[in-house]
Design a protein around this ligand. Sequence first.
Ligand code: ATP
Ligand code: MG
Length: 344
Amino acid sequence: MAFKERVFSGVQSSGNLHLGNYLGALVKFVELQERYDCIYCVVDMHAITVWQDPPELKRSIREVTAAFLACGIDPKKNIIFNQSQVAEHAELAWIFNCVARIGWLNRMTQFKEKAGKDRENASVGLYVYPTLMAADILVYRATHVPVGEDQKQHLELSRDIAQKFNNDFAASITSLGFGDAFFPLPEPLIQGPATRVMSLRDGAKKMSKSDASDYSRINLTDDADTIAQKIRKAKTDPDPLPHEEKGLENRPEADNLVGIYAALADKTKTEVLQEFGGAQFSNFKAALVELAVSRLGPIGAEMKRLVQDPVYIDSVLADGAARAQVLAAETMNAVKDIVGFVRR
Ligand code: ATP
Ligand code: MG
């Protein structure tokens, strides 16, 4: 069965938005709005899977919204809202908790990383995070999901959940006139030279909002001096840059900086190395600072301007939530019929 093409993606309101979020997600969001109906969500219910200070959470929800707008996502053409305003996400997540298997969730590497050694003390929410993520996507029956590489495993789980739901309830789905599948199997869109931006301090760790060191990441709201300082201090190795992409193998920090440059300049890594092959890091980093400041500076400034106007931000979220809810309620009513619940 053919599903209407629709894009969904989310960003957590869990701290500082950084260059990894920008290159791995936000840049794609902006591109996709030209070709698809897009729904972009500030996933505040995912954020509270680890402790969030309430006033800080509110600030962060508005800041992520400001980032969406500052990057150029049109809130009229697309839907921008925060997850907790559309209760159907949580409702469908419950159904999916009953579809997904414990063994599937036990394989999720993000849970293992985030829970760390003290797994018994992690929230239940952190454990079932992927079923809520599946609900976020499938409550809109979205077909395409732009994300960074780190979300690939969760997307595969979303597909497994969609598939199992379609199989388990096949008879019900057909008899209610939905054909041979109610949910599409959502496709991840993970493309470009910066799908996994690494920490500036450790080329083996991804750049993350929740890293304790601010020097590990470039925040979208960092000023030019801070960006320059962080790039200059970024970990590298002593060799000059290679002339070909193969020369980046086993040089994670060099690979990361070249990937960042390529993504910011809209080039391939090969093209960047044609220009900088043989250069010392000091020269390359100076060029990277200039490029990063010119790309991120205006976005950071616009974010700072927008967060001064929470009334406007909240009105964007309320408008988006109302439009999202119409779609989500339609799916949820159908799901209740499929599952066999009695409705009003
Ligand atoms: P947290 O550490 O709280 O999970 P995060 O930095 O991973 O925060 P998310 O809100 O979980 O941010 O992710 C938002 C989007 O950004 C997702 O599509 C995710 O794949 C992408 N993303 C996150 N980190 C990176 C990264 N280092 N490189 C590329 N994409 C990333
Ligand atoms: Mg994350």
